[in-house]
Write a protein that binds this ligand. Structure first.
Ligand code: DHB
Ligand code: FE
Length: 279
């Protein structure tokens, strides 16, 4: 059976793409952010995942407001990127793992998640930039399965539901008839609000509490409604739902191998965690 080797959670701000394109990794503004990834690179070198399940939220590239699935799972042979604006160059395409995709799709539907299955899917900065942070040479050594959670058009799925989605995917990975080493990644957050009266809002206390909770009390944030999460983390800070799904996939106990928190990147609180299953 497949083995879940670890989980990574990270922010995904478009400005990171511009910084990569301009080689600003050692610039004083960017260094504390990019340096946070060095331990993740070392871990990837030894953990050597074959497949990465990526929980992310699309921002209008693949789904627009006219059709907005709550949960969708990629089942494409390849995922391309596109010019989203922001000055981010499009990155090389990602190979899909269709066998794992269909295994997840079947397992999720059997678990009563009414998902949308996407045999064609383009992926935006929420997938491409975290991939480029993990593998700066952009020669992707993993296949991916993108799992998209709607955070752009209300109503959004609850934190509790996203955690349960992650748990279902964790069970499905464990029952996948494959020798593959699988990692999970969740991208988005942490606190940020891009528009409205609270534009620029960041909540360091909440973010740090949330990160700590993922280690010792992973369901802590599931007590909050979406509106409470918006209040605490900002309108776009609800992207932390991806972190909850990732944590749900990782089983009961984890150890945290590395974390980094840096504010701000653009208008966003950037967080990073590297977790391994501990049970
Ligand atoms: C921005 C966009 C994002 O998708 C995000 O998660 C954080 C910041 C931005 O436009 O700055
Ligand atoms: Fe985002």
């Amino acid at each position: 059976m497949a083995q879940l080797v670890g989980g990574i959670t990270t922010s995904h701000v478009p400005a990171i793409g511009r910084a990569i394109a301009k080689n600003l990794q050692h610039d004083p503004y960017w260094k504390p952010f990019f340096d946070g990834f060095a331990p993740v690179h070392r871990w990837l070198d030894s953990a050597k995942p074959d497949v990465l399940v990526v929980f992310y939220n699309d921002h209008g590239l693949n789904f627009f407001l006219d059709k907005m699935p709550t949960f969708s799972v990629g089942a494409a042979p390849v995922y391309t990127t596109a010019d989203e604006g922001w000055g981010i160059p499009a990155l090389p395409p990602f190979q899909g793992d269709q066998d794992l995709s269909w295994h997840l799709v079947n397992a999720l539907v059997a678990d009563e998640f009414d998902i949308t299955t996407c045999q064609e899917m383009v992926v935006d900065h929420a997938v491409t930039l975290p991939m480029a942070l993990l593998w700066p040479d952009q020669a992707w050594p993993v296949k991916i399965v993108p799992v998209c959670i709607n955070t752009v058009q209300f109503p959004l799925p609850s934190a509790r539901r996203c955690y349960a989605l992650g748990e279902s995917i964790g069970r499905a990975i464990a029952s996948w008839d494959s020798n593959a080493r699988v990692a999970v990644m969740g991208t988005g957050g942490l606190s940020h609000q891009l528009d409205g009266q609270r534009a620029g809002f960041i909540n360091k206390d909440f973010d740090l509490h949330f990160m700590e909770s993922l280690i010792h009390d992973p369901k802590w944030a599931t007590q909050f409604s979406i509106h409470e999460l918006v209040e605490k983390a900002g309108t776009q800070g609800v992207e932390l739902l991806m972190w909850l799904a990732t944590r749900g996939a990782m089983g009961e106990k984890v150890k945290c191998l590395h974390q980094n928190y840096h504010i701000p990147i653009s208008n966003t609180a950037s967080g990073l965690m590297l977790l391994e299953p501990a049970s």
